[in-house]
Design a protein around this ligand. Sequence first.
Ligand code: NAP
Length: 305
Amino acid sequence: MRVLFAAPARLWDAWSPALRAACPEMELCRQGDPACFDALIYAPGYPEDGRVLDFTPFTRARVVQSLWAGVERIVTNPTLTQPLCRMVDPGLAQGMVEYCTGWALRAHLGMDRFAQDGVWRNQLTPPLAQRRGVTVLGMGELGRAVALALAGLGFRVAGWSQSGRPVPGIEVLAGDALPQALNRAEILVCLLPDTGGTRNLLDAARLSLLPPGATIINAGRGSLIDEAALLAALDQGLGHAVLDVFRQEPLPPEHPFWTHPQVTVTPHVSAETRPESAAHVVAENLRRAMRGAPLLHLVDRARGY
Ligand code: NAP
């Protein structure tokens, strides 16, 4: 099987050994006649000259496997007629669990109040997690893992998703119940994809439904939050925002988020796709494509995720 590595060149050194080890029968190429490739392994930023990738000449390709979980930069490409699969990988989920539980605990424990400034603030004992309402927006592969981890620490966790599909041990609210999901969220974790239905979901009206002093952790996509509304809400009682994703990345140096005392910026590092585990996911899907078996983690084009 001949596979095109349709990803930025900087990823080659990390990915090619892991992919070849996981799938020794694959001939992994960086270029060649498009009509010769059985599959593409794709990451955003390809091609690197800024052109939009034209999938039309890849007439033999049976699958386009994304290395990233979020596929908003490819799913609307009108030339893409081949099946598109997104990345679902245990390493990615574990990274997201660690990131979200870490920042949730920081908010919950009020760690920043105990600065080393010589003041003995022993009246500030934090409540136990059982008294803290946490809502996770997006109960997919990542949201579910984060919700279960936070529930395991004792937090009062609820989830919210389009379908409200049940998750054992977690109350999952559906579509119209967003106001209830926000009302109870002293800590709000956002793990939604970027689609027409989620863009600017957290606007001024919805941000005003959060309890005073609430913390938002956004590791989904920057487009979920209206930035001007967020800055205004932080002035009006919202506690803190931990932001890993932005409308423009890298976040421009002059952006007010960098210096805002109630904003923590992290540079899109919450969860990386790690070649050592993800290469096996890619290999499995390539093999399925070659033998005509059902593909894993197929993107629904109409829904956009
Ligand atoms: P997923 O498995 O596709 O789950 C998406 C979840 O969002 C589902 O629960 C889905 O609801 C829900 N959803 C989608 N549109 C909705 C809407 N309009 N209203 C309500 N709920 C909606 O995705 P995932 O693997 O968990 O990843 C989620 C996102 O995380 C990715 O798309 C990506 O943008 C982001 N991400 C960020 C990083 C990072 O480093 N910061 C890393 C990886 C991924 P249903 O369950 O009803 O379908």
